[in-house]
Design a binder for this molecule. Structure first.
Ligand SMILES: [Fe+2]
Length: 196
């Protein structure tokens, strides 16, 4: 497969990722307790719609269609966000989880755009690289704004008392716990080799 085809696959992945975020960001905005976070997510939703349009222009300039690839990575990252939204936590602690989830989505996109821009530049597709750079700049700015907005939220969460009693685990949490132990077990032989 030529680099241009790899790039088109990656771009289709990004296109799917942005479309998935258009559905996920309103849920984060609705779920967040902090007004600044709510506004950031709502503003970024509008930006994301613009990013989808920009990606369509990229595909047009390449003479390709934007669909064809579902982004499993973003689906997983959004799923983690859905978990954060289900958490039975108080205000700032709840929002701290949302911040973690939102930053994951932004950094996933940042990595994707950086890879696509490098490929486009290598191929001499300067117009494509420059359109993608506009999306990248918006993602970087969004991540910075979320990190800044998180500071007072994290401080408030740090002041919240720890719960006296552990809440019983949901079915989903039990499954996640089991899987995490399997992850650890599978890695153990390799880790042992390292220690030896
Ligand atoms: Fe985006």
């Amino acid at each position: 497969m030529a680099l241009k085809e790899v790039l088109i696959d990656e771009l289709r992945d990004m296109y799917s990722a942005e479309n998935q975020l258009i559905k996920a960001l309103p849920k984060l905005a609705k779920g967040a307790k902090d007004q600044t976070l709510k506004t950031l997510f709502t503003d970024h939703l509008e930006e994301t719609k613009g990013q989808v349009e920009r990606l369509k222009q990229v595909f047009q300039s390449l003479g390709e269609k934007p669909t064809g690839q579902h982004c499993n990575g973003m689906e997983g990252v959004i799923e983690e966000g859905a978990d954060a939204l289900e958490k039975d936590e108080e205000g700032p602690s709840f929002d701290s989880g949302i911040v973690g989830a939102a930053l994951r989505t932004e950094h996933y996109e940042i990595a994707g755009y950086e890879a696509c821009i490098s490929m486009a530049k290598t191929l001499g597709l300067s117009e494509v690289a420059s359109m993608l750079s506009e999306n990248l700049t918006e993602e970087l700015t969004a991540a910075k704004k979320i990190t800044a907005a998180a500071q007072p939220i994290l401080k408030a969460a740090a002041r919240q008392p720890e719960e006296a009693e552990k809440k019983p685990k949901s079915g989903k949490e039990k499954y996640s716990d089991k899987k995490s132990k399997e992850d650890e077990k599978k890695a153990a032989p390799d880790l042992k080799k390292r220690a030896a």
